[in-house]
Ligand binder design. Structure first.
Ligand code: XMP
Ligand code: MG
Length: 185
């Protein structure tokens, strides 16, 4: 697919993170994860759909065996704000009892969705549950969920690309950018 065509609607000064910046940072996070989980089995749990790209590149940066599983959740909310009331659309295939689970996320905004998810996963008796997210917005810093691995703290703007969508578009951009206002109208 011609990325320049897709990227056409994101102006150059709207690029927040290049593909190289993202991959370099994921490499650093992977090194940390390898060290922290040495000698332990590891199950990566990706949250669909946004975390698909992060999962693919983080998992391939890991120089060790991992398993991967997926969940899809939907947050009831009005407009773009999540309410913290969550419904499971697709549950894990894996029994996580006594497993070391690392939840892989694209972005944490208010943290409400993730907070619910972590409580849900912990009720299944895993050996541990930690979180790795590529992006974190300012509001999330104050939430009561500990995030062990954070790629980038970003400004409070709506971002797309690298798995993140606006109306299901832009997920396939290699970079991460903020949307030009004309795209909304
Ligand atoms: P909370 O607020 O519960 O929500 O942490 C996290 C989820 O909200 C979506 N989200 C975004 N999606 N660009 C996106 O494409 C953004 O800037 C953005 N901020 C939040 C996303 O689905 C995330 O999992
Ligand atoms: Mg998400």
């Amino acid at each position: 697919m011609d990325q320049t065509h897709v990227a056409g609607e994101i102006e150059a000064d709207q690029v927040l993170l290049t593909e190289k910046q993202v991959l370099d940072r994921l490499g650093e996070m992977a090194a940390q994860i390898e060290a922290d989980y040495e000698g332990k089995d590891l199950l990566l749990v990706g949250v669909l759909k946004g975390a698909v790209m992060v999962m693919a590149d983080l998992a391939r940066s890991l120089n060790r065996h991992v398993e991967m599983d997926w969940m899809a959740v939907s947050s009831y909310g009005s407009g773009t704000k999540s309410s913290g009331v969550v419904r499971i659309l697709k549950d894990l295939d894996t029994d996580i009892k006594d497993r070391h689970v690392l939840v892989v996320e694209d972005i944490i905004d208010t943290g409400l969705t993730l907070s619910w998810l972590i409580t849900n996963l912990k009720s299944r008796g895993p050996a541990s549950v930690e979180i790795a997210t590529l992006l974190r917005k300012p509001e999330a810093v104050t939430m009561d969920v500990d995030v062990t691995y954070v790629g980038f703290d970003i400004p409070n703007a709506f971002v797309v690309g690298y798995g993140l969508d606006y109306d299901e578009k832009y997920r396939n951009l290699r970079c991460i950018g903020t949307l030009s206002p004309h795209v909304y109208s």
